[in-house]
Each structure stands twice: as structure tokens, then as C-alpha cells.
Ligand binder design. Structure first.
Ligand SMILES: NC(=O)c1ccc[n+]([C@@H]2O[C@H](COP(=O)([O-])OP(=O)(O)OC[C@H]3O[C@@H](n4cnc5c(N)ncnc54)[C@H](OP(=O)(O)O)[C@@H]3O)[C@@H](O)[C@H]2O)c1
Length: 280
């Protein structure tokens, strides 16, 4: 079985490719990349795969049985057509199955909606494509928070607008395990799976960091408006707005849902405490 994985040069792409090589053999794994030279070190066949170029997928999906589509990171309205370029390439080449990395979240609760809604549209496009499919809805990557630990220590606190909302976090390593199972196990076909660990609050995340790093960080809840103004000031309208929208979403329960991780992988998701310990 030949498997193609898009966005091969990115962090999630690399993680899935590493597990897929072990599961299926490196000769059966093909990376699709917008910038192939960035994926050279993966030691697998790399083909051109720019989401904006339908012709890349008309060519790059030749001989492929299963394609894993990683959601793009362009503005939400552009992503829908980008993902359609891959779905059309899959159909034209007789690809049997599509696995898609979507995002968890109930629309209507925060300004991150545009991203969630664009992911739901791609889910619908895949379901209506006539191809076999398995869709994962990723929790939020906790790596982004872990990378901020030096900043948190500097500030003596974690501050955002999530308040007491719970968030289902995950890691790219755990997601890779889930996606390889979704490629392999056809009994999971036709399903949409929430992929994250036990949902936790920002206070619980702060306490886990304190426990592992011996710090005394506090958690400070900010208002939605105050945090948005702060992030937009730091990162600009689009990216600052996305970050603020995510924390508004956590506050409103957008990312707190039952997880299907164990059903997909047959094992429990690593706890955030264990992951923070591993990363120390
Ligand atoms: N759940 C979460 O918390 C969360 C957080 C952030 C992002 N995400 C989503 O998860 C995806 C993967 O995350 P990641 O951490 O692996 O991101 P990443 O490390 O930043 O990698 C992004 C990848 O997207 C590729 N890409 C961008 N535009 C492309 C295009 N037009 N055509 C083909 N490839 C393109 C990049 O290719 P180049 O090497 O050519 O730049 C790169 O390989 C993101 O794209 C985003 O949709 C989820």
C-alpha cells in the first residue's frame, strides 16, 4: 500500500511520516511538499504538493492508495479550495481512501470560528467525494504552550482569557500514532474522531508546569476584550485575532468534548503532566 502525506516538511507531517515509515516501510511512504527541498532529509520519495496548484496533486497522487491531507494554514476561506485541489487529485488518480487532519470545536462560540468552519467544509467535501475516509479532529497542540514556558517564567504567570474553561490538548507525537492507525485500520473508515487527552483548565496546566519545573507561576484570567487587544497589539490583526479567538474558545467550552483517542489507538492519550516531564 502506497501512502502519501501532505505538508511533509511541517512538524505534524514529519511526525506522521516518521511513524508511517515504521509501520509501512519507507518505500511505501511518499511525502508531498510545497517546498520539496525542506523535506529532503526525510529519506523517502518526495513529490511536489503545493495546495494552491491542482496540477501538483493530479501528478503527485499517481499510484497512491491512501492520502493523508493535513489542513493548510492559509486564511480560512482560501483553505477550502486548497483542500479541494487535493481531493480532486485523489479522485482523478483512483486513490482509495482519504485521511484528514481537521480541528475540534463547535462553531458559534468564539472568533476562531472561521478556521473551524473551513475545516468542517473540507470534512463535508471529503464525505461527499465518494472516497473512503477517516477524519480526525485534533485538539490544540500543547507544544505551543510548552514553548512559552521561558516567557511564563519571566512574567511569573500565565495570563489569557480562557478563565475556567477546559481544553482538550494533544501533541503531534500522539496525533501521529492516531493517524497511522486511521490509515491502517479500515474498521475506522467513515468515522470522525476527536483526538486529544483529558481536558484541563489553564490553572491545571499552570500547576503541571509548576510541578515539573519547580516554578511558582500563577494563572491570571483576563477579559476576552483585554486579551484580544493585547494579542493584536503583539501579533497583528490576523494572527493576534486567531490566538485570542482560541482562548475565547477555551473559555466558552469550544475545545472541551469527549475524546475518541483510545478508540482509534487502543491506548490512553499521554497526560499533559507526563508530556511536560518528557519535554523538560
Ligand atoms: N491543533 C492545533 O493546535 C493547531 C495549531 C497550529 C496549526 N494547526 C493546523 O495543523 C497543521 C499542521 O501543523 P504543523 O504544526 O505541522 O504546522 P507547521 O510545522 O507550521 O507546518 C506547516 C506546513 O504547511 C505547509 N504549507 C503551508 N502552505 C502550504 C501550501 N500552500 N501547500 C502545501 N503545503 C503548505 C508548509 O510547507 P512549507 O515548508 O513549504 O512552508 C509546512 O510543511 C497546520 O497547517 C494547521 O492547519 C493546528
Amino acid at each position: 500500500m502506497k501512502i502519501a502525506i501532505t505538508s511533509a516538511s511541517g512538524q505534524l507531517g514529519r511526525s506522521i511520516i516518521s511513524k508511517a515509515k515504521a509501520a509501512f516501510g519507507k518505500e511505501n511512504v511518499i511525502g508531498l511538499a510545497r517546498t520539496p527541498e525542506k523535506a529532503k532529509d526525510l529519506d523517502i520519495e518526495i513529490r511536489k504538493g503545493d495546495y494552491d496548484k491542482a496540477e501538483d496533486f493530479a501528478e503527485g497522487l499517481k499510484g497512491i492508495e491512501v492520502v493523508v491531507i493535513l489542513s493548510g494554514n492559509a486564511e480560512p476561506d482560501k483553505r477550502i479550495q486548497q483542500h479541494r485541489n487535493i481531493i480532486e487529485g485523489a479522485k482523478a488518480n483512483g486513490v482509495r481512501k482519504v485521511v484528514y487532519t481537521s480541528i475540534v470545536g463547535e462553531p458559534g462560540k468564539c472568533k476562531f470560528d472561521a478556521v473551524i468552519i473551513s475545516n468542517r467544509q473540507t470534512e463535508e467535501d471529503i464525505i461527499n467525494s465518494g472516497l473512503e475516509y477517516a477524519i480526525g479532529r485534533n485538539g490544540l497542540y500543547v507544544e505551543a504552550d510548552i514553548a512559552c514556558i521561558p516567557q511564563y517564567i519571566n512574567a511569573g504567570e500565565i495570563s489569557n482569557s480562557a478563565g475556567e474553561g477546559k481544553c482538550g490538548y494533544t501533541t503531534r507525537k500522539e496525533l501521529a500514532l492516531a493517524y497511522v492507525n486511521m490509515i491502517k485500520n479500515d474498521a475506522l473508515n467513515g468515522g470522525v474522531y476527536n483526538l486529544f487527552g483529558e481536558a484541563i483548565t489553564q490553572l491545571e496546566l499552570t500547576q503541571a508546569i509548576n510541578k515539573v519545573h519547580g516554578t511558582q507561576l500563577k494563572y491570571r484570567a483576563m477579559s476576552v476584550e483585554g486579551y484580544e487587544a493585547d494579542r493584536v497589539g503583539l501579533y497583528g490583526e490576523f494572527f493576534g485575532g486567531v490566538i485570542a479567538g482560541i482562548y475565547e474558545g477555551i473559555r466558552n467550552g469550544t475545545f472541551d468534548a469527549p475524546s475518541d483517542f483510545e478508540k482509534v489507538t487502543g491506548q490512553k492519550h499521554q497526560s499533559m503532566l507526563a508530556y511536560i516531564e518528557e519535554m523538560k
